[in-house]
Design a binder for this molecule. Structure first.
Ligand code: TRP
Length: 333
């Protein structure tokens, strides 16, 4: 994965947490070194299910930008842009809409699950139902070849590739197939409560911007092993959130192995593991938190990064759209 055009993005609906760091930001940091990385803040996609909360989307554009930059995503290497600032994406979405049936949209398993979760019943917003088409446009307008995704986003790539096939068949070869970059083992983080996924809506997340005291409180409340009641009881590592996090953030593997042995044998209280996790997470998060606070002193500078990147992204997308209009025989001028 070198020298490729890569597109990645976040919906600006909340601050980013440790699950985002492990699941996507870490990969972005790697990718930006040897590829042309576009990082999109998907504000229009966020509005598909937040039409009545424009303030929330607006505020979080800055928050997700801050989170990513604080983690090391570098505006010198990566093109940061805001989706709505590139109207070519909306235009391409309109053209793609003709290539996808309503029945196909209704079959997208991720959209289906989200519709159910949001309880839309028969009243799903049209924009929400068709967001996979808009997402295909996000990717293809930049001719991105590689898209890092979570498992839940694989159906989006599949749908985008069907659009590529159909577009090329009708209008000639303009787009190439997209490859998803699937997360590695360990790229999904459980929630503090032991739930399968760390998520804002489940209220089980450690945020990148959490202060030291909040971090401590959250770790101290983390799910461990319900059968480990007294320190003397033998504890279980499997399914124990504190050990799951330690595996990712504690680099002293020998010390960690030794702790696991003692915990399994019995005689270790949960507080010992939790203190160890707090120390390791604090080491990771302190510099991010500090960098974030620094950036926050001048939000205008961050918005300028987004503005400059958006102008650049727009130039790239405009080239693709000129090609698309030619292929579709709507290049009148
Ligand atoms: N759907 C993605 C998410 O929920 C965000 C997104 C929008 C995206 N457009 C994209 C991701 C294009 C990759 C490529 O996180």
């Amino acid at each position: 994965m070198d020298g490729k055009i890569v597109l990645t993005g976040d919906r600006p609906t909340g601050r980013l947490h440790l699950g985002h760091f492990v699941g996507s930001i870490k990969k972005r940091l790697e990718l930006q070194e040897t590829n042309a990385l576009f990082y999109m803040i998907a504000d229009m996609q966020a509005l598909t299910d937040n039409a009545e909360n424009p303030e929330k989307v607006r505020e979080n554009v800055l928050e997700v930008a801050l989170d990513n930059i604080a983690c090391g995503l570098d505006p010198q290497k990566t093109v940061f842009f805001i989706q709505s600032g590139v109207p070519e994406l909306s235009e391409l979405t309109m053209y793609f809409l003709n290539l996808v049936t309503l029945a196909r949209l209704e079959r997208n398993p991720t959209v289906k699950a989200e519709m159910k979760q949001k309880g839309y019943g028969g009243n799903v917003p049209a924009g929400f139902l068709m967001y996979p088409i808009s997402q295909a446009a996000d990717i293809l307008a930049f001719k991105a070849e590689l898209v890092p995704v979570g498992d839940d986003q694989l159906p989006m790539i599949e749908q985008a590739n069907e659009i590529v096939e159909k577009f090329n068949r009708i209008y000639g070869d303009v787009f190439k197939k997209i490859s998803p970059l699937v997360p590695e083992e360990g790229a999904r983080l459980s929630g503090l409560d032991g739930g399968a996924k760390m998520s804002k809506s489940l209220d089980n997340a450690i945020y990148l911007a959490d202060d030291a005291e909040t971090l401590r409180k959250k770790v101290m409340s983390a799910y461990t092993d319900p059968a480990h009641i007294r320190a003397d009881d033998p504890g279980h590592i499997e399914g124990n959130v504190v050990f799951e996090y330690l595996d990712l953030f504690d680099h002293d593997k020998m010390g960690l192995d030794e702790l696991k042995k003692r915990y399994t044998a019995g005689g270790v209280g949960d507080v010992e593991l939790k203190e160890r996790l707090i120390m390791n997470l604090e080491a990771k998060l302190l510099p991010i938190r500090e960098r974030r606070a620094e950036l926050m002193e001048d939000p205008g500078a961050v918005m300028k990064i987004l503005g400059d990147g958006t102008a650049r992204a727009r130039r790239v997308a405009a080239e693709t759209l000129a090609e698309v209009r030619r292929a579709m025989k709507i290049d009148y001028a």
